[in-house]
Design a binder for this molecule. Structure first.
Ligand code: XLS
Ligand code: CA
Ligand code: CA
Length: 438
């Protein structure tokens, strides 16, 4: 097999003064931060679909990039060429994980038995390539949103036959995830939502989605899948209303249907902002519920109201993200660059620049977040802010022993309480800036 990304060397750490475009300026895999190597803090992953499949097509125009990798598209030879390209790409960048949808790996046949045969063949080939490397699958998933059969959803479809088809795809994708050593299995509810209540039974649809997830958990556990199942929340696009709007909604759904022990969240930055939240808000809500599993590392554009899936370049946001991840004790999943080059960035070099940008951005985020934690002023401020709850009455409230009548009596006794102390937001933002730009 010949080299695909000719003229692109292994990407190395050269330090912040390097002007070499094909080098890391901040991501230094072996650098130890808060007792752990950067590479352990940041298990990066390549998204098969964006990196090896998407070639720039949008609603207004066709491909701008060539992702044929010297093979005829739509053939198994092309599927294998993508594997070769993917492994060369990951090895040159030091990426240890990949994520995939079933249909990213092989061209889908009309007959699912044939598609599954192709999937067996390609995953045998991926396994072969994995040997002698430390590359593994981060998570797998089934694409249950592109094919027209899923126009009314997969778990939420109105057709019992389509529902069975979705079950078949999940079954196979789970088997492949186990075969490739995957840490997780994702449900992104691409068409699990609705356009109008005039034609939709929401309760019926949500119950069916939960039943499909329950069957997936049972089957996954029966074939030795010990990882986490993830819901990846997204509020809209493609559907007008998506059932997994945000982390809080998805967590409520999982609890409602008794799925919360097997599932965690896969939080995507761009989906967080589409839901009107910050990335760090979604991470915090997941973490405090014990459900911070994995991250789709990308970013949106504040001028555009859709899912632009850009490579992360916003160091401030990456810093806030890494603060949440460090405080939560790390991820059981990883950081999947669910990101694509802009349409005019259409060369092989651009594919590498995207990852170098993303990896350096998260390395900076990690370095900054560790400094903020070591500095201690932010954490100390938050602790101090709630200090009044360390009083006897505060402790009674916190331990669930207080009564409303008792608290009301105390309020009557004291008259009007003093205003709480200042939130000092500007002071705290100043601390963050002084740490970021010291
Ligand atoms: C789409 C999602 C999708 C999931 C996997 O917006 O990000 O790519 O990550 O199905
Ligand atoms: Ca995603
Ligand atoms: Ca996305």
């Amino acid at each position: 097999m010949s080299e695909i990304f000719k003229n692109i060397p292994e990407i190395k750490y050269e330090g912040k003064d390097s002007k070499n475009p094909l080098a890391f300026r901040y991501y230094d895999a072996n650098r130890v931060i808060l007792g752990k190597k950067m590479s352990e803090h940041l298990p990066f992953a390549m998204a098969w679909w964006h990196n090896l499949c998407a070639a720039g097509t949008d609603m207004f125009g066709r491909d701008t990039a060539d992702k044929s990798f010297n093979a005829e598209k739509g053939t198994m030879a092309h599927a294998k060429a993508k594997v070769d390209a993917g492994f060369e790409f990951m090895q040159k960048l030091g990426i240890k994980y990949f994520c995939f949808h079933d249909v990213d790996l092989v061209p889908e046949a009309d007959d699912i038995k044939e598609t599954n045969r192709r999937l067996d063949e390609i995953t045998d080939y991926i396994l072969e390539k994995m040997q002698g490397t430390d590359i593994k699958c981060l998570w797998g998933t089934a694409n249950m949103f592109s094919n027209p059969r899923f126009m009314n959803g997969a778990g939420s479809t109105s057709s019992v036959d389509v529902y069975c088809f979705a079950a078949a795809q999940i079954k196979k994708a789970l088997e492949l995830t186990v075969k490739l050593g995957g840490r997780g299995y994702v449900f992104w509810g691409g068409r699990e939502g609705y356009e109008t209540l005039l034609n939709t039974d929401v309760k019926f649809e949500q119950e069916n989605i939960a039943a499909l997830m329950r069957m997936a958990v049972d089957y996954g556990r029966s074939i030795g899948f010990t990882g986490d199942f993830y819901i990846e929340p997204k509020p809209k696009e493609p559907m007008r209303h998506q059932y997994d709007f945000d982390a809080a909604t998805a967590i409520g759904f999982l609890r409602q249907y008794g799925l919360d022990k097997d599932f965690k969240m896969n939080i995507e930055a761009n989906h967080a902002t589409l839901a009107g939240h910050t990335f760090e808000h979604e991470l915090r809500i997941s973490a405090i519920n014990g459900m911070l599993g994995s991250i789709d590392a990308n970013q949106g554009d504040y001028l555009l109201g859709w899912d632009t899936d850009e490579f992360p370049s916003d160091v401030y946001s990456a810093t806030m993200c890494m603060l949440e991840v460090l405080r939560a004790g790390g991820l059981t999943g990883g950081f999947n660059f669910d990101a694509k080059n802009r349409r005019p960035s259409n060369t092989y070099e651009d594919m590498f620049y995207g990852f170098i940008l993303g990896m350096d951005t998260f390395a900076l985020g990690l370095i900054n977040a560790a400094k903020i934690i070591e500095d201690g002023r932010l954490d100390a401020f938050v602790k101090q802010k709630y200090q009044s709850f360390e009083s006897p009455v505060g402790e009674k409230i916190r331990s669930g022993k207080a009564t409303l009548a008792e608290l009301a009596a105390r309020a009557e006794e004291m008259g009007a309480p003093a205003n709480p102390a200042s939130g000092r937001q500007e002071y705290l933002l100043g601390i963050v800036n002084s740490i970021l730009f010291n």
